[in-house]
Every structure is written in structure tokens, then in C-alpha cells.
Design a protein around this ligand. Structure first.
Ligand code: FAD
Length: 409
């Protein structure tokens, strides 16, 4: 079987970044990426595709153009892990050996957990920014809305980019306002959880945004089924006494954020924690049971917000700790849980939510991050995509956070 110093499972944001940084630090190592997809998408841009600011094309590149020079690309899906034998089994039955394994296949969108959703998606006003196939339809739905009811759903956590379900809602509301249609539209945010945002510090500016657009928020509403042709969404709602009731809502537009979980092949592997995610130490990102295994990105069993911003700070930690292990030193680099969610509260304004483990607020700039800002919009629409393509995926370890990061909460 072929064998490499480092095998990376998943050539997305995390896999490409890790491979590029490894090449920079230790070009002598043989590195292989296992990745079945021919293309890679800058998913943070999909909020803007759904809102007509970016085209889908702008967010997609050929995988071949991103695999760092000198890194072997194995165009296949990983299917199983044999960590005791230091081997990964591919879907086509081949085996690949490694000295070190980095696991980062992202997370899985569980469309089928909502009955009828897969068939409903992409027509009759049912859209989602969470898939390349349906994100352009979101913008069509936003433009076509002439009043009525627009529903935005959010499943139980964790999901990738926890703020994304409401980002598109605010942009839709702002678009309707600009066209004089907001007053004729009832917008409802139907979320499975019981808070507007997981970090309390950022709830007041978001609540203000909700109030500004006149959005109704339905807590503990979990989308269970969709009937596209009848334009009906069925929710399981939980009352104060814990009892569940079914609620049916008619809609003109339904933006769905699908339920999400660890990829099935991770869930059933020896690498998984009880929740199905890769079981790693929260600081070192090293597997808690297999010393030569690391994980990062959406698949990692850490409590940070699952974002590309988190990956940017995780990759240097994984690389330093992996190289330390290769040199028989202890892993000394620690990840602080940083993640970022630029919340588009309207066209031209963003609340830049940046936080680490335990909801610790970690702003990059010495400004009150609760204030929606035009500068943060420019960061989201111009600077961050450039940072991603030109620097992060090419292995430049960039931490744009200013050194004094404590902010009086
Ligand atoms: P991915 O980039 O998804 O890559 C995973 C890779 O693994 C894929 O290429 C996939 O093909 C591959 N793979 C899957 N299964 C296998 C297998 N069996 N074998 C081998 N390879 C496999 N982040 C931000 O920082 N800011 C934002 O504003 C933001 N907004 C978002 C908005 C939306 C709508 C969405 C969907 C995401 C958003 N994100 C945002 C989240 C961000 O895109 C992800 O957190 C990031 O891409 C995670 O990187 P990853 O490498 O773990 O996963």
C-alpha cells in the first residue's frame, strides 16, 4: 500500500491550509490529501451569493489549482480508519498508510432529517444558502418576494457558521425594505434553540436588528417537514412545560438551514467521541487516544464555532504540534477556540462577532464589536475572501487579531 508521512482526509478549507503550512515548514515530508471533489468553495461567500452580492462562480475554484505543489492528491473518499494499523481505507477499497493523520472532512448536511426537504429544495420558494445547488435560488426567492410570509429556520446546534441562518434573514429584510415591500411581508425566524445567538454579548445588537425589521422570533421551533407544492412548513414546537406540539405555517419563501452532524464515516469510526465528532484535545487538537492523529475544522470535536476563521487559527496549531510530535517533542501549541461570524445585519453593515472558547469575546480591532459597521462589511466582502484565497490556503499563517484582545464585556 502507498504510505506518506502525513495523510490529510478532506481537501477543504482545513485540509488545503494544513497541507500548505506543512510544505512551508517541512518540505521534506511526504504529504497526501484524500479528497473526492474536483472543486472547492469559499462557503462564507454563500451568504453573499444568496443576497445577490457575489455570484456562485466567484466562490468556486478547481481543487487542482489549490493542492499545494509537491502534495499528492488522492481523488477518492475516505471510508474508514484503522488507527492501530496507521491506515485509511478508501471508498474504492484501497488502503493508504501514514505516520501522521490529519482528519478534516467537514460536516454532513442531514437534509433527510426534514421530511420532504430534499424534493422541495430549489422550487416553490424553498431555498438554502447551505448548498451550492440551492444558494443561487435563494437570491431568486428574495427578488421574487412581493409580500406574504418569509420563514427562516435554524436547526439544533452545532451547525457551521452559527450566525448564517440569520445573516440571510437580515439581508432579505433589508432588500425588502429598500424596495418598499417589508411592510407587506411577515418575516419569522424559527429556531430550534432558545437564544438568538450563543454568545450573550452579541444578543443585544441582534435583538435590535430583529426589532428594526419587525421580525417575529419563534424559539424552540424545529423544522420537521416541508410540503413544497402546498407551501407548508411543519414544525415541532416545545412549550414551557416541555410538551411538544406540531405547528403548520404557510410560506411564500422558506430559507432552510439543514440539520448537521459529523460525517457518517467519522461517526462510526474509532476516532469518534460520543457525539460522533473526532475526539481531540481542545487546545492541542491532538487525538485523545491516538497520538499520531490530529483533527481540525468542522469535523473536530471542539466547542468553538465551526467557521473558516477557526480553521485559520487551528491549522498553525495542528502543524506545530504535528511537527513537534515528529521530532519527539511534546505538543506545545494551543488553540484558544477563536472563531468569527461576521453578521450581516443589512447591506453595507456587519456586526463582527469574534469569540473563543466559553464565549470569550476576542475582537480583532480596538472597536466595540457590537456596533454594526461599514468597515466590517468591507472586511467581509473584500478583505476576508482575499485573505482566504491568497494567504490562508497558501499556508501563510496570518493572525489579524491585535495583540491586546481583552474587551470589557
Ligand atoms: P470544508 O471546507 O467543508 O471541507 C471539507 C472537505 O472534506 C470537502 O472538500 C469535502 O469534499 C471533503 N470530504 C468530505 N467527505 C470526505 C471523505 N469521506 N473523504 C475525503 N474527503 C471528504 N465561516 C467563516 O469563517 N465565516 C463565515 O462568515 C462563514 N459563513 C458561512 C456561511 C455558510 C452558508 C456556510 C455553509 C458556511 C459558512 N462558514 C463560515 C463556515 C465555513 O465554510 C466552514 O467552517 C469551513 O469551510 C470548514 O472547513 P473544513 O475544511 O472543516 O470543511
Amino acid at each position: 500500500r502507498p504510505s506518506y508521512d502525513v495523510v490529510i482526509v478532506g481537501g477543504g478549507a482545513a485540509g488545503i491550509t494544513t497541507a500548505a503550512e506543512l510544505r512551508r515548514h517541512r518540505p521534506a515530508l511526504s504529504v497526501a490529501i484524500i479528497e473526492p471533489s474536483e472543486t472547492h468553495a469559499y462557503q462564507p461567500g454563500w451568504t453573499l451569493v444568496g443576497a445577490g452580492v457575489f455570484t456562485l462562480r466567484q466562490t468556486i475554484r478547481q481543487e487542482s489549482s489549490l493542492i499545494p505543489p509537491g502534495v499528492t492528491w488522492l481523488r477518492a473518499a475516505a471510508a474508514a480508519f484503522q488507527p492501530e494499523a496507521n491506515a485509511v481505507e478508501l471508498a474504492d477499497g484501497r488502503h493508504v498508510g501514514y505516520r501522521f493523520l490529519v482528519v478534516c472532512p467537514g460536516l454532513q448536511l442531514d437534509w433527510d432529517k426534514v421530511a420532504g426537504l430534499r424534493e422541495a429544495l430549489g422550487k416553490n420558494g424553498v431555498c438554502s444558502n447551505y448548498s451550492a445547488e440551492s444558494v443561487e435560488y435563494t437570491w431568486q426567492c428574495v427578488q421574487a418576494l412581493r409580500g406574504g410570509t418569509a420563514l427562516f429556520t435554524q436547526p439544533p446546534m452545532p451547525i457551521k457558521c452559527a450566525g448564517a441562518p440569520q445573516k440571510i434573514m437580515y439581508l432579505t429584510a433589508d432588500h425588502l425594505r429598500g424596495h418598499g415591500r417589508l411592510k407587506d411581508t411577515k418575516i419569522e425566524f424559527c429556531l430550534a434553540g432558545d437564544v438568538l445567538f450563543g454568545v450573550p454579548f452579541f444578543v443585544p445588537p441582534l435583538q435590535k436588528t430583529v426589532d428594526r425589521y419587525g421580525i417575529a422570533v419563534n424559539y424552540k421551533w424545529n423544522l420537521k417537514a416541508v410540503d413544497g407544492p402546498a407551501r407548508k412548513a411543519i414544525f415541532a414546537t416545545t412549550g414551557a412545560d416541555g410538551s411538544t406540539t406540531e405547528v403548520v405555517r404557510d410560506f411564500d419563501m422558506l430559507h432552510v438551514t439543514p440539520p448537521q452532524s459529523a460525517p457518517d464515516f467519522i461517526k462510526r469510526s474509532p476516532l469518534a467521541n460520543p457525539g460522533g465528532w473526532v475526539e481531540v484535545d481542545a487546545a492541542t487538537l491532538r487525538h485523545t487516544r491516538f497520538d499520531n492523529v490530529f483533527a481540525l475544522g468542522d469535523a473536530a470535536g471542539t466547542t468553538n464555532t465551526k467557521t473558516a476563521a477557526a480553521v485559520r487559527l487551528q491549522a498553525p496549531v495542528v502543524v506545530r504540534n504535528l511537527l513537534a510530535a515528529a521530532d519527539r517533542r511534546d505538543p506545545a501549541s494551543a488553540y484558544d477556540g477563536y472563531g468569527s461570524c461576521p453578521l450581516t445585519t443589512g447591506y453595507g453593515e456587519v456586526v463582527l462577532a469574534e469569540f473563543g472558547y466559553g464565549g470569550k469575546v476576542m475582537p480583532s480591532f480596538p472597536l466595540d464589536p457590537r456596533v454594526p459597521r461599514r468597515s466590517a462589511w468591507l472586511l467581509k466582502t473584500k478583505f476576508l475572501p482575499m485573505l482566504y484565497w491568497r494567504f490562508m490556503l497558501r499556508g501563510s499563517e496570518i493572525d489579524i487579531r491585535h495583540k491586546e484582545r481583552s474587551f470589557a464585556a
